[in-house]
Write a protein that binds this ligand. Structure first.
Ligand code: SAH
Ligand code: SF4
Ligand code: F3S
Length: 438
């Protein structure tokens, strides 16, 4: 009899990818994924530890499953991902309902852990094993939507002073290029047209190439672009210091690489960048952007920002605003600094008050919002190519993404799904564009 698995994912795209792989691993144990926790035999939360709010959400979410557990004592509850890695056993102490805790590097062992659960035991595994989990995961043959994520690199050696990722995901590891090309071909055979290469520091990729040499991300992208039927390649997230010449050049000469780049800078003041251990200056970043835009003038740039880092003065913050004005972003994500256990910044003096941080966040988001609006409005009248993914909310409508990752709605037939079609943008709406098939 098939059992029902409900997976809920928080955090970054790497968690989205991991959730898919965990569901596949549990598929081999007779679990079938369902869309709601009601009636499920197992609930798995794939969690994020990046900010306090994200981490605490796990416990409130677990509390909400209590009635389900009371109604069905056989219901298994598992916590995976970065909170699992960071807190381990503590999770079971705080929430005894939890049967299973599995970190991001050991979920290929889920089948064995699930067997323990079925024997009435609890299971916990937060190792950083030697073996490559991906090599131990089953390969699936089911058809896929037009877009997919593919993790090429994991972990981070950068140790920005505010960030938990080097602790929750471990050291930087790149997967072999040959395996990745194989996986990409499989995805394309299953219907995928666009692949987003993922890594906590994806442009630090340095995997073993098919020719025995070490390949950087640009080489991997160029080889992947040779796969027939794969139309688009994206990658995220990058660190400014790993943006090498070849990767910059690929933005000019690799047609399948899309003109959208997420390149976080975090702050605009050199003093704060140094305190964050970013190992680049404001000027390094600006010059890097200039170089990339010189070869790809229509690039849409995205970024991440943190306000209220310890020691950030009003003058430092104004330099962030100034950098944003100077660079210009198509989209951006901004956050209030959150002090995280085990990170160097947590111990620092000069913690900024919450009221001050909220005020800065509001001002920064105001400016970024204006830029996003202006970028989107400037698309009206332009011709883009849209990869259609699914039906829109209104009947007869289809939605897809432009090269620049804007969501575009058009009136068109369901057969458009999985196809790339030329579209003229006719209207800019709150969070999407409306277009007309050409
Ligand atoms: N490896 C990526 C993404 C890391 S997490 C990178 O280097 O860009 C995604 C974003 O969360 C970061 O870019 C940062 O802006 C934000 N972030 C990370 N730690 C944070 C913290 N302690 N408080 C607030 N925001 C944080
Ligand atoms: Fe975190 Fe910095 Fe690594 Fe990004 S580069 S994951 S922000 S430590
Ligand atoms: Fe969160 Fe872990 Fe991703 S902390 S952002 S889920 S790497």
């Amino acid at each position: 009899m098939t059992k029902k698995l409900f997976v809920k994912t928080y955090g970054c795209q790497m968690n989205v990818y991991d959730s898919e792989r965990m569901a596949e691993a549990l598929g081999g144990e007779g679990y079938e994924q369902v869309d709601s926790p009601e009636g499920a035999d197992m609930i798995l939360l794939n969690t994020c530890h990046i900010r306090e709010k994200a981490a605490e959400k796990v416990y409130s979410e677990l509390g909400r499953f209590r009635p389900l557990r009371e109604a069905n004592p056989d219901l298994k509850i598992g916590v995976a991902g970065c909170v699992a890695q960071a807190e381990g056993e503590e999770i079971m102490r705080r929430q005894p309902m939890v049967d299973l805790v599995v970190g991001p590097q050991t979920y290929h062992r889920l089948p064995k852990m699930v067997q323990a659960l079925e024997n009435g035991e609890k299971a916990l595994d937060t190792d950083f094993p030697e073996e490559d989990k991906f090599a131990h995961l089953p390969k699936l043959r089911t058809s896929r939507g037009p877009t997919a994520f593919l993790t090429v690199q994991e972990g981070c050696d950068k140790f920005c002073s505010f960030c938990v990722v080097p602790y929750t995901r471990g050291a930087e590891v790149s997967r072999s290029a040959e395996r990745l090309l194989g996986e990409a071909r499989d995805l394309v055979e299953r219907g995928v047209r666009e692949i987003t290469l993922l890594g906590q520091n994806v442009n630090a990729y340095h995997g073993a190439g098919a020719d025995g040499a070490e390949w950087g991300l640009a080489r991997l992208i160029r080889e992947m672009a040779g796969i027939d039927g794969l139309e688009r390649i994206r990658f995220t997230t990058s660190h400014p210091n790993d943006m090498d010449d070849d990767l910059i050049a690929a933005h000019a000469d690799c047609d399948k690489l899309m003109p959208y780049l997420h390149l976080p800078v975090q702050a605009g003041s050199d003093k704060i960048l140094k305190a964050m251990n970013r190992k680049h200056t404001r000027d390094d970043y600006i010059r890097l952007i200039e170089r990339i835009r010189a070869v790809r003038p229509d690039l849409h740039l995205s970024g991440d920002f943190i306000v209220g880092f310890p020691g950030e003065t009003e003058a430092d913050f104004e330099q962030t605003l100034d950098l944003v004005r100077q660079v210009g972003y198509g989209t951006a994500y901004s956050f209030k600094y959150s002090a995280r256990p085990g990170t160097p910044a947590m111990e620092r003096d000069g913690q900024v008050t919450d009221a001050e941080a909220s005020d800065r966040l509001q001002r920064l988001q105001g400016l970024l919002g204006e830029q996003q609006r202006a970028t989107q409005d400037a698309m009206v009248g332009r011709h883009v190519r849209v990869l259609f993914e699914k039906p829109g909310r209104e009947p007869g409508q289809m939605v897809g993404k432009s090269e620049y990752l804007h969501a575009v709605h058009v009136d068109g037939p369901a057969e458009l799904r999985g196809q790339i079609a030329p579209v003229e943008i006719v209207e800019s709406r709150t969070n999407s564009l409306r277009g007309r098939l050409i």
